[in-house]
Design a protein. Sequence first.
Length: 426
Amino acid sequence: MVKISYDLGVIIINMDMLLILKFLISLALGALIGIERERKQEGAEFAGIRTFILIALMGTLSAYMSKDLPYFWLLSFSGVVVLVGLSYLISTRKNGDVGITTEIAAFLTFILGLLCFTDEGMLLAPILAIILTTILAVKPHLHQFAHQVSEKELLNTLKFLIIAFVILPLLPDEAIGPLAVFNPFQIWLMVVFISAISFTGYILMKFIGPEKGLGVTGVVGGLVSSTAVVTSMAARVKESQFLMKAAVFAATVASSMMFLRILFEVSVINPLLLPHLSAPMIVMGVLGILLGIIIWKRAEIRQMDADLQLENPFSLKPALIFGALFLAILFLSKIANMYLGSSGVYLASIISGVADVDAITISMALLAPETIPHNTAVTAITLAAISNTFFKFLIALFLGTRKFARNIGIIFLIIIIAGIISVLVL
């Protein structure tokens, strides 16, 4: 009897501790949002940290009370709506400010408080609160970014999003045609995936701006198109030899980011390749970045306008081109493997790597291990990356100066040798 009472007491204590934890999380989230609002709207009647803490607490308390009093949370939320609405009317009449960001944040804070009371919600609420606070905190940057987006970029993005998220679910998810490599859903899903990676870098570049530094140009530009960065740097060194080392740095870092991008793509599509592919991609990527940093430290000029022209990856034309290229490489790789074996796959990788390293990377990741062995896929992806790197050297040679090409060539040669050794040894 004593044991049963003891166990029951432990259960009750654990339940109480969980309940207290939920309320503490709610208070913390309210404080986080409240601090941001008070810093941004100092002196306003409705913006303080205490108000947001109380709103979050009211949400959690309302959820707790709703266990015995159904829909008590709805009554509480109605009260919050009334109070926030009255505060908004008073502030607009007094200050003439018709913005409703803080009021919307207050409603969301109440809902986050409600979420904190549930077991799943107490894990989700902090994530949403951090996202909400971040959105509130970067207001000036968001407005600046919105003004930088052209009407053409917006329309291109909308067209692609419609095709990606409206038409994509309607496409058949089955292999059709010869060799069973044409799967409409899979092909277009890969197009969306690659475009999303490039678009992330494109947005960051628009948001941050290439004028913020060559480090940003190299890293972020490499996510979108390392070839575009090398082309841009080749043109800049023709203007002034003083920009040489800075341009070499940006081109090297952008090209090195390509290897890390390849690794990310494979980790999403076929993680089974990672144990074999990680070594060459990490070696080439990290080594390239380190060599770029060494060049950067010796640069006389470290600030310049990159004048980088990047095409919106969500525009329809490049998406369709990538889709067609991806499908062609799938056919070519499968036919080459059937008639020429691994050597045919390697030849196809070297050729296609010049045009688009993403397409061959995705193809190899999808074909392994059913169609081609893991080691063949890894070697093919590495050869494609090396082929693309050599192609960028040719861009530096023909579009830049001889000195720029020589510097890029030496660095790329070191990277390529390191990648080949890592494949053979590791």
